[in-house]
Design a protein around this ligand. Structure first.
Ligand SMILES: CC(C)(COP(=O)(O)OP(=O)(O)OC[C@H]1O[C@@H](n2cnc3c(N)ncnc32)[C@H](O)[C@@H]1OP(=O)(O)O)[C@@H](O)C(=O)NCCC(=O)NCCS
Length: 172
């Protein structure tokens, strides 16, 4: 069995290796990565799955605003070691982190991913909601999830990253 814990600074190298393996080295050119530039991941929402010291999976969340004022979270990246996919690790990480996010009062989560996978967590089209990304994105993969009833009401516009005041995160 594996354990799910908060990411630690010493996990950084193994996380980068897993993300390169999962998404390729070009991943930094994606629009979702641009949203994370100069930003700081949210430590309590950066989790890893680990077994006997080996990193099996990673998930992180980053701060955003929508339409210049409404706070939201960016989910991702999430990745599971290729030989361990399909065993429920990804679903476990997403459910755990969405629960923590809700408990902490976050109301909206955005991501770019497969609607077939994320629909079961409550993600729907962000494009249909009138959200815009500051770069190319496949519209059907641009998704949003309400963590509080009515959180999407009256919200639309450009999704933007939130630059950190200064880099000092225990996460990333
Ligand atoms: C996507 C990913 C995080 C899912 O984690 P996982 O641990 O393999 O997934 P789980 O075992 O928790 O869930 C498996 C279920 O999701 C389904 N699933 C997995 N990927 C899917 C996808 N892209 N679209 C639709 N369904 C998907 C599986 O068919 C399975 O369904 P079932 O439970 O009905 O059999 C993992 O496969 C991964 O790291 N992929 C490579 C990186 C990536 O694509 N990350 C997501 C970018 S948005």
């Amino acid at each position: 069995m594996y354990e799910i814990t908060r990411e630690k600074p010493q996990d950084a190298a193994a996380i980068e290796t897993l993300l390169d393996l999962s998404f390729g080295p070009d991943r930094h050119r994606k629009t979702a990565y641009k949203l994370r530039e100069n930003s700081e991941a949210i430590p309590e929402l950066c989790l890893v799955a680990r077994k006997e010291g080996k990193l099996l999976a990673t998930i992180s969340y980053w701060p955003l605003t929508i339409g210049g004022k409404t706070p939201a979270l960016l989910l991702g990246p999430i990745a599971v070691q290729p030989d361990l996919q399909g065993q429920g690790i990804g679903v476990g990480l997403i459910r755990d982190t969405l629960k923590i996010a809700k408990e902490r009062g976050h109301k909206l989560v955005i991501l770019v991913g497969d609607p077939g996978y994320y629909g079961k967590f409550g993600f729907v089209s962000a494009f249909d909601q009138g959200f815009q990304m500051p770069g190319p994105v496949e519209s059907h993969r641009f998704l949003v999830c309400e963590l509080a009833d009515g959180a999407l009401e009256g919200v639309s516009g450009m999704v933007e990253g939130v630059p950190a005041a200064k880099k000092k995160s225990a996460c990333r």
